[in-house]
Design a binder for this molecule. Structure first.
Ligand SMILES: *[C@@H]1O[C@H](CO)[C@@H](O)[C@H](O)[C@H]1NC(C)=O
Ligand SMILES: *[C@@H]1O[C@H](CO)[C@@H](O)[C@H](O)[C@H]1NC(C)=O
Length: 677
């Protein structure tokens, strides 16, 4: 199922607290500036990792569920290392204290997005009885030892997503996006091994290839991955068409394909692994692959069998070497709206529900089993979190790869800065909101379905937006409106006439004109109209053709309009980034995301030398089935200079990032919480 729509979506927003100083410096070349963008659903995730003891006799007692992670940021994709491996790490760092009377600690490796970047942590958690409060947490592992080249102390300047960690002795095996694969529409995700004592990092995936979801065999000799090989991503958003490869964990050698079409491998012993794929009957199902006892291992000699039945979706399997009959899976049953964790007996074909009796109305993801088969872990979305903050963030500071540019995720779509740099406008499902940079004065200035926001550069307090359904065809009425937010009556004005689909206004720097897209000819092309009096004050057609030109943005010097267009392949859903002079000359393509890719929502930097946009240029960063359903999980934020050089990836995550803006505002690099009303 392919869904192709512009990269934008709205979500519900609360209110905000505080922010920081601004240094609006319009003339200077070294202006400090900030990029704000929206991530679909990210602020509502509230992932934490929980565990339940494995038991079959009775209904699991929810009192036995234990939250392992600390409720800060989002914590997911856990792994129970063998005590031997993790103890060695813990001893090195001298955080393990033992008390003969207390139950052994739970050791957990997991991914956390705290501090603005994905980081792999190891927690040793003391639990049960009196020891409940003695938990030790958060020994930061990966970013401290990840060793690329220069810069930032935690990852040498290379921002990345990190995922699916395993501990092998003193080595951490994980997926990361820190190296640019060098071609559009190819995923940067590859598997690395970092020696935790020295920080030495080795790439295990061959250069130019993409590997997801690494899993280490019980003997630690082999690692299995879901590999996209060196094929470009072809746009799938539900089941990634990966194959399973294995290679030697120590150096990536002896790489061989063992299963065609499969993902999320996990080992039960060194010659048996489980994986998921969508079966011919349409159900996500778990399969087993058995390697030959002797002879060459290849797709032809490996025997694969389906193990979970039709009638329910079963995916993201987990195994424990201590029990060869029972695996853990996530399921979607036709009678449940939620994803739950279950155990499955591959011999008797019986399921045991794990999370539904405990927490029926929440999604649970990506189970993992302890090496001794005593407990099952998983992460849950929402529900009761312990520890941490119970208000969600309004602005989340991310590590920025660009010097002098701060990067924030905002809990609202289509953000834009006022020209003075003292206010931010943004949308939620109810309408248009404005707040001061210091967090005060947040209020709704217009209620209704809107998309796109832009401030008039000259007339103070005037914001342009489009009112009407988004993703609508040319025949649906959408109006470009201006709202005077400094007027007590919040007066607003419809600038377009008629019933056409008019949207995405962007004003010229002198405030006299608005460029917008309109479907009035039967195609969405660009037009320019009088910013004060609307179409009645003057209307000019800027582009003309049987294709879509949309999401235009006017450069700060007035000389260029950048926009997104599918003119090379109309109707295909593929959009490239173009520039044109406001007088209609100078049309040029600045960048495309390969053939078939998309670049949307461009916005000029305050100095006019660069453009920020959202794109599928880096394809998908993780198997989509392993994360909450995202319509356009491929959206990541990038910048490029107007001369076509300096393409920079700003975000690294498995979610849908979109609607960026870039303002002449220096924001303090700190998270901002929502105000509690
Ligand atoms: C991470 O953020 C927390 C606040 O959530 C802060 O206390 C801590 O110092 C930060 N750590 C680093 C390494 O920046
Ligand atoms: C069109 O505009 C550009 C820049 O705004 C200018 O350099 C160019 O001379 C103009 N061309 C015409 C034909 O007016």
């Amino acid at each position: 199922m392919k869904i192709k729509k512009p990269l934008a979506l709205c979500s519900v927003i609360a209110s905000l607290l505080l922010l920081s100083h601004t240094t609006a410096d319009y003339g200077g070349r070294s202006t400090r500036s900030s990029i704000l963008f929206y991530t679909n659903g990210r602020f509502g995730l509230e992932f934490d990792i929980f565990t339940l003891p494995i038991q079959f006799d009775s209904t699991p007692n929810s009192g036995n569920e234990f939250q392992i992670t600390d409720g800060r940021s989002i914590n997911y994709n856990g792994h129970f290392p063998s005590m031997f491996s993790s103890s060695s790490i813990l001893r090195n760092n001298q955080i393990l204290t033992t008390n003969k009377d207390s139950p052994p600690p739970i050791h957990l490796i997991y991914v956390s997005e705290r501090n603005g970047s994905s980081t792999i942590y190891l927690d040793a958690v003391y639990h049960g009885g009196r020891d409940r409060d003695r938990r030790r947490s958060a020994l930061e592992v990966s970013n401290r030892v990840q060793v690329p080249l220069v810069g930032d102390q935690q990852s040498n300047g290379l921002i990345s997503m990190k995922d699916r960690p395993s501990l092998v002795g003193d080595h951490l095996i994980y997926a990361s996006t820190h190296e640019n694969i060098g071609a559009p529409r190819m995923s940067w995700t590859a598997v690395y091994s970092t020696h935790l004592r020295t920080g030495l990092t080795r790439r295990l995936t061959p250069n130019g290839m993409t590997d997801f979801s690494p899993a280490v065999s019980p003997s630690e000799t082999w690692t299995a991955v879901a590999s996209y090989g060196d094929r470009g991503w072809s746009g799938e958003i539900q089941e990634l068409r990966t194959d399973i490869f294995i290679f030697r964990t120590d150096d990536g050698s002896d790489r061989v394909k063992v299963v065609e079409q499969g993902g999320w491998p996990c080992w039960v012993d060194d010659s048996t692994l489980y994986f998921h794929r969508v079966s011919d009957d349409g159900w996500w199902s778990v399969y087993r692959a058995i390697f030959p006892k002797s002879g060459k291992i290849s797709v032809d000699s490996v025997v694969t069998q389906r193990v979970t039945p039709p009638g329910l979706h079963a995916f993201t399997p987990a195994t424990s070497p201590a029990n060869k009959r029972l695996i853990a899976v996530a399921t979607r049953r036709p009678d449940s709206e939620y994803r739950h964790i279950e155990l499955f007996d591959v011999a008797s074909k019986q399921f045991w529900e794990v999370t539904r009796p405990v927490s029926p109305q929440a999604h649970h993801y990506n189970p993992f089993l302890s090496p001794d088969f005593i407990r099952v872990g998983y992460h849950r979305c929402g529900g009761q979190r312990k520890g941490g903050k119970d208000t969600r963030l309004l602005l989340e500071n991310l590590h920025s790869p660009l010097p002098e540019v701060s990067v924030f995720r905002i809990d609202g779509s289509f953000p834009s800065f006022s020209p003075e740099g003292d206010r931010i406008a943004f949308l939620d499902l109810q309408g248009l909101n404005v707040m001061n940079l210091d967090g005060s004065g947040r209020h709704r200035v217009y209620s209704g379905t809107l998309f796109g926001t832009a401030w008039d550069p000259v007339r103070k307090g005037v914001i342009y937006t489009s009112a009407g359904p988004y993703f609508a065809p040319v025949g649906n009425e959408v109006d470009v409106i201006s709202i005077n937010i400094d007027d007590d009556k919040l007066s607003h004005k419809k600038l377009t006439g008629g019933t056409e689909n008019n949207a995405f206004p962007s004003p010229s720097p002198d405030g006299k004109w608005l460029v917008f897209r309109s479907g009035r000819s039967g195609y969405k092309n660009l037009y320019i109209m009088d910013a004060v009096n609307g179409e009645k004050g003057g209307l000019y057609r800027l582009t003309d053709g049987p294709w879509d030109d949309t999401m235009a943005t006017w450069s700060p010097d007035g000389d260029w309009i950048a926009f997104s267009s599918d003119r090379e392949n109309p109707g295909s859903g593929s959009f490239a980034l173009y520039m044109i002079h406001p007088n209609g000359t100078g049309l040029k393509k600045l960048l495309d995301s390969g053939s078939g890719g998309r670049i949307n929502h461009p916005c000029f930097s305050p100095d006019g030398n660069s453009i920020v946009f959202t794109s599928d240029y880096a394809a998908l960063s993780a198997e989509p089935i392993s994360i909450p359903s995202q319509m356009q999980a491929f959206g990541e934020i990038f910048t490029i200079r107007l001369d076509g050089s300096g393409l920079s990836r700003i975000t690294h995550n498995p979610y849908e990032d979109g609607t960026p803006t870039w303002g002449p505002v220096s924001m303090r690099a700190a998270d901002v919480q929502q105000a509690v009303d």
